[in-house]
Write a protein that binds this ligand. Sequence first.
Ligand code: HAM
Length: 425
Amino acid sequence: MLTMAPKGTRDILPDEIYKWYYVEEKFREVANRFGFREIRIPVFEHTELFQRGVGDTTDIVQKEMYTFNDKGGRSITLRPEGTAGVVRSYIQNGMSSWPQPVKLFYNITAYRYENVQKGRYREFHQFGVELFGSADPGADAEVISLLHLYFNELGIKNLKLNINSIGCPVCREKYNKILKEYLGIRLGKLCETCRDRFNRNPMRILDCKIESCKNELVNAPALLDHICEDCAMHFDKVREKLITMDIPFSIDKGIVRGLDYYTRTVFEFVSENIGSQGTVCGGGRYDGLVEACGGSPTPGIGFGLGIERLLLEMDSQNIEVPLPEGPDIFIGFIGEKAEKLAESIALKLRTAGIPCEKDIMGRSVKSQMKYANKINARFAIILGDSEVESGKAELKNMSTGETKDIHIDTIVDRLLKYKQGNKNE
Ligand code: HAM
């Protein structure tokens, strides 16, 4: 136990972190281009926020939250997603008085007690954006186009964008009646959770993952066929805008999303390459959420993008991420005087911004050079008594094997010039 991470969690090791840096940096950069600014929210919140925000008939709240009482007796929950926390922050920090719309993005860990499988973990990472203050279909299109551009710039192909509209509370009320008629005669065949949801929130039944329930739902009426005129108009405009922007999509009447806060547009980007957990990204509008959490009525829209699934997808499409480079130089030495010189050169190089490593293992010169090779050092230099006395040394280019006699004093300048592009120096 002591040496095993808890089920559903994993370490991200130095050998793979460059991929994370790459997708994170790109996400930050694309989000900035669309005018989104980063927000960092707490890992835990009051449990009530998620009960109210995500919805207490959802799988997330009913089955998957990491909830505990802290030492002060408060019920605390590790965030299962980002939207509720960002909404809480929007209200708490008075963001309704900021210039509207308020556009926020985040890069978070999230926690759900789920059945672990490929692409489904108990601690996972999400990029997300939340856009507050605009009910305009243009906001929906903007958020979707951010994702489209992001995936394009990463070189990801063939992610399928599915969209749907799940209406507003007005159409939902009418729809719930129709749905209950359909479900009522099948109630006996549904699981206990579904039966419990029948009166509390029948739409949540459509989200049940149990096979026998899913079979009963195949011909269930779709909300999209029952949305009100305003919602239909909104959906038409979103579709028009996606077409104008050349963003391919399909309508999937089956998307209901697993969180209660959605209204109108919902969407998912789905992969066919990474197995059953193929939804790389999901999001939608939540025009009632800010008010439900205690703020003034404020429309909102956003998405969450699973970073583990994004990286799985990139691997499955063999998308190459530039490999990190080794240090510019390895400084080897033999003898005490040379060690001191090596230390002072290393400090000068590092101060000048040049990545540099030197031996701190007491290795032989031969093993030092082996190590320099392993870490992909671009150049290497070995210092001994004669180098200390003469002030000169041999600079070795590790990829060509070429050597050059140099004055040790010039090493910082040489490497700086090399880095600036004068690679013949
Ligand atoms: P979600 O669909 O629950 O939505 O999660 C968004 C994405 O997070 C999923 O599409 C998936 O890629 C990833 N994800 C979810 N659960 C797991 C898991 N157990 N393991 C690995 N990845 C996972 C939300 O979280 C909403 N807050 C999205 C949103 C933001 N809607 C509006 N604004």
